[in-house]
Design a protein around this ligand. Structure first.
Ligand SMILES: Nc1ncnc2c1ncn2[C@@H]1O[C@H](COP(=O)(O)OP(=O)(O)OP(=O)(O)O)[C@@H](O)[C@H]1O
Ligand SMILES: [Mg+2]
Length: 239
């Protein structure tokens, strides 16, 4: 399968101005990822898992290294890419799922989920139909589809968040503990959708609170625990 991501010598630290010191979140990370591969990030709290995902998504700027993304339009280094290109890639090729829905006032659940399809040129009617399919798949009650998610429970918001984030297949999908507040039914729906996306060629990098959920999807593991061997092949690993 084709290479999607080639990460070379990536390092990120934070300057703590009030302490006049620097904190290294991670340093000299290298790996590559092909279409349809699933990479699990693990490590204790504070090991740098979320920071690595945010650096790959360019929410954080790396200190050093390269993140070569093989986009539909050629290879682009996400560390050095212009903001406008990063924004475009986030809309079309790179997805990021966190534990939190960014709900907007007076935007219904179904409209929020349909939005990525609308932006990709789908008609309003088809987009809404597809949105309702995914809201149902993740277990959002039909009575909530036209309501505003700002008032939903944490788990309900997360289901809307997943429906929106996973409705369109992406080339690269980053996942930061997406199962944290989900019930068993929604966790199963998420794993089924990830399996479908993986089979369709989406490359994924994820942090999971319960790695057992995704056990059969994992191809490789990176352990960010200090002094742990960085990259392990799936065969050698007990998650
Ligand atoms: N914006 C920031 N400014 C300063 N320090 C930060 C910032 N973001 C993260 N850190 C620090 O970087 C380290 C790694 O944090 P990170 O959130 O990546 O950990 P994690 O592995 O995701 O942990 P958890 O399992 O708790 O989610 C922590 O010590 C954290 O305090
Ligand atoms: Mg984290």
């Amino acid at each position: 399968m084709n290479i999607v991501l080639d990460v070379q010598g990536l390092s990120k630290g934070f300057t703590m101005h009030h302490l006049d010191s620097r904190l290294a979140a991670f340093s000299d990370i290298s790996f590559d990822l092909r279409a349809g591969e699933f990479l699990l990030l693990k490590g204790q709290n504070g090991a740098g898992k979320s920071t690595l995902l945010r650096t790959l998504y360019r929410t954080y700027l790396a200190q050093d290294g390269k993140v070569l993304f093989h986009s539909d339009h050629g290879v682009i280094d996400l560390v050095r890419a212009a903001d406008v290109d990063v924004t475009h890639l986030r809309r079309t090729e790179i997805g990021f799922v966190t534990q939190f829905l960014v709900a907007r006032p007076r935007v219904s659940a179904e409209a929020l989920v349909a939005e990525p399809l609308r932006m990709a040129g789908w008609s309003a009617e088809r987009a809404l139909e597809e949105a309702r399919h995914w809201l149902r798949a993740f277990g959002v009650k039909e009575s909530l589809w036209r309501a505003y998610p700002t008032t939903f429970s944490g788990g309900e918001q997360q289901k809307v968040n997943l429906a929106r984030a996973l409705i369109l297949p992406q080339k690269l999908l980053l996942l930061d503990e997406p199962t944290a507040s989900l019930d068993a039914g929604a966790r199963a729906a998420l794993v089924a959708r990830l399996r479908e996306l993986k089979d369709g060629g989406t490359a994924m990098i994820g942090v999971f609170h319960h790695p057992d959920d995704v056990e059969h999807l994992i191809d490789r593991v990176i352990d960010l625990t200090p002094d742990a061997p960085q990259m392990e092949d799936r065969e050698d690993v007990v998650v």
